[in-house]
Ligand binder design. Structure first.
Ligand SMILES: Cc1cc2nc3c(=O)[nH]c(=O)nc-3n(C[C@H](O)[C@H](O)[C@H](O)COP(=O)(O)OP(=O)(O)OC[C@H]3O[C@@H](n4cnc5c(N)ncnc54)[C@H](O)[C@@H]3O)c2cc1C
Length: 493
């Protein structure tokens, strides 16, 4: 019997949904914590998706911008794959029912930091993620080859003779083992390991920690992108205040009223994201608060920035006449599980795609609006490759010969211990890092690492950040003498 067991895909963000669709006609078992794609970062994406579709743009130009942003730490082969597949990916999404915003029958292109031309397509203004994810989720729900089970937490991997053969799920306190012809982790990022993040609360690196525990190799774990302007209204998951607002004239000020960017960069408040994030982080530390001053701007708030306006008003801040409190917050993980160009990790039978994966496509810093694209391009590549993979179902099934081993994620931290982990990560693995802070943080986490998988994952990130002694991309080592001498010249764009 050939290929009877399903491919198991964990995660229903854009990466998991695209993989599931592309694996047809193979049967797919899609597992996620939340129904539909609720709770995914994909739902929150605001800016859009990058693709060289406009006249005057080219795949080469998209590649060049991606490499420049990534400080040339990228895997160039994967960058070429990404940029070359971008135009057809947008057309495929349109065929899936995504209505990208148009002007007079032609796609509208936005421009974001680091892009040499306007090449960002968007849907419903700043609701791109929600529109794309909803359309893909509807297609998956209608697909006969996909069985979708939500409200399950994957907390274990089953290995047979060292090869991943299935998963263990926790279904409301009841454990169940499921066998598959291959396992795909599409479980997203790690923002929830930090005190402030733009990510949803579930983006805590659970899948990454599990795969590392099973022996899959990590790559570039130290590279975390921070967004300079998350709404500073507490801790945890914070709303994003889009950089387009700075594009419309809003200015960052510290608690004393001084301009945060001052003469730090020729582009001022519109300097590359990592530079602005570092300045915001520093100014908030030094003066206690940073605000975005958007008062008196000549803009139609409801039309241009409905999401920001609603988020602010929800917290009693009317940005039309009040300062918006902002903070730098963990936003995107460039690092993750080491994968090749079709999502294979170093552990046989285990695949990864989307934000959890690290094919090297983003290098040391992600170019804006390249991540949804990564989910679509590499999700479809992975799905297509799984569709043609022949698996002997008998050899893969529960009763098959071979030694079975269960690798469990184990318990996570809770309450004060979890907050200590987050605060420690926020202090040491922040936009500005030093060897001293990273070492101290590692010592702080040592007792916690015995108690929780999330602390062990935090330690792995700290260790990678400690080992990379020179600044690169988003990884800024304040104790890197060479970099201190050239504070902004090598900065990524
Ligand atoms: C506020 C915000 C704005 C952004 N804007 C943009 C943008 O404009 N353009 C762009 O390209 N990118 C943007 N990004 C980044 C982009 O949204 C993400 O990188 C991308 O959506 C990640 O997709 P994913 O499928 O890998 O993960 P996610 O979309 O996060 O999905 C992860 C899935 O895994 C599930 N899951 C996790 N752990 C488990 C487990 N143990 N068991 C079962 N299920 C599990 C979750 O429930 C979820 O379904 C933005 C991100 C944020 C947070």
């Amino acid at each position: 019997m050939i290929g009877d067991l399903p491919v198991i895909v964990v995660g229903s963000g854009v990466a998991g949904l695209c993989t599931a669709l592309a694996a047809a006609p193979k049967p797919v078992l899609l597992l996620s914590r939340d129904p539909d794609a609720v709770g995914s970062a994909s739902m929150l994406a605001q800016g859009g998706i990058a693709a060289a579709l406009d006249r005057g743009d080219s795949i080469q130009a998209h590649v060049a911008d991606t490499l420049r942003a990534g400080a040339s730490h990228n895997d160039t082969h994967c960058v070429h794959l990404l940029a070359a597949a971008a135009p057809s990916s947008i057309r495929w999404l349109q065929s899936m029912g995504v209505a990208f915003d148009q002007d007079g029958g032609r796609l509208q292109f936005g421009r974001e930091g680091g892009h040499g031309v306007a090449r960002i397509v968007h849907a419903g203004g700043d609701a791109t993620g929600q529109r794309v994810t909803t359309a893909l989720a509807a297609a998956v729900a209608a697909a006969t080859h996909v069985q979708w089970r939500s409200d399950v937490d994957v907390d274990g991997l089953v290995l047979r003779d060292g090869c991943v053969a299935g998963v263990r799920v926790d279904n409301g306190g009841r454990s169940e083992t499921l066998f598959g012809s291959g396992v795909v982790l599409a479980t997203g990022g790690i923002g929830a390991l930090f005190p402030s993040t733009t990510n949803p609360p579930g983006a805590n690196g659970a899948g990454l920690a599990l795969a590392l525990a099973a022996g899959a190799a990590p790559r570039d774990l130290e590279f975390v992108q921070f967004h300079p302007t998350a709404l500073d209204v507490g801790v945890g998951s914070l709303s994003l205040v889009t950089e387009a607002l700075r594009g419309a004239g809003a200015r960052l000020r510290d608690a004393t009223g001084r301009l945060v960017m001052g003469d730090a960069h020729p582009l001022g408040d519109l300097a590359p994201r990592d530079i602005v994030a570092r300045r915001v982080w520093q100014a908030r530390r030094d003066t206690g608060a940073v605000t975005l001053d958007a008062r008196g701007l000549d803009i139609d708030w409801a039309q241009a920035f409905p999401t920001v306006l609603a988020a602010c008003l929800q917290h009693g801040i009317d940005p039309r006449w009040m300062l918006i409190p902002v903070t730098a917050a963990a936003h995107f993980h460039m690092g993750g599980l080491h994968t090749d160009d079709i999502g294979r990790t170093t552990l046989p039978g285990l695949h990864a795609v989307g934000e959890i994966a690290c094919s090297g496509v983003h290098g040391a810093n992600r170019l804006a609006s390249n991540s949804l694209l990564e989910c679509v391009v590499f999700g479809r590549r992975l799905g297509a490759s799984l569709a043609t993979q022949h698996t002997d179902a008998i050899a893969a099934s529960e009763g098959a010969a071979g030694t079975l081993e269960l690798v469990s994620r184990g318990p996570g931290l809770e309450g004060e211990a979890l907050q200590l982990l987050r605060d420690t990560m926020g202090h040491a693995a922040s936009p500005v890092r030093t060897a001293k802070a990273l070492l101290e943080a590692s010592e702080t986490l040592a007792p916690l690492a015995r108690l929780g998988w999330d602390a062990r994952l935090g330690q792995s990130i700290l260790a990678c950040a400690y080992r990379r002694q020179t600044s690169l991309g988003t990884h800024w080592r304040a104790d890197d003498a060479q970099r201190r001498a050239l504070p902004l010249k090598n900065a990524t764009t």
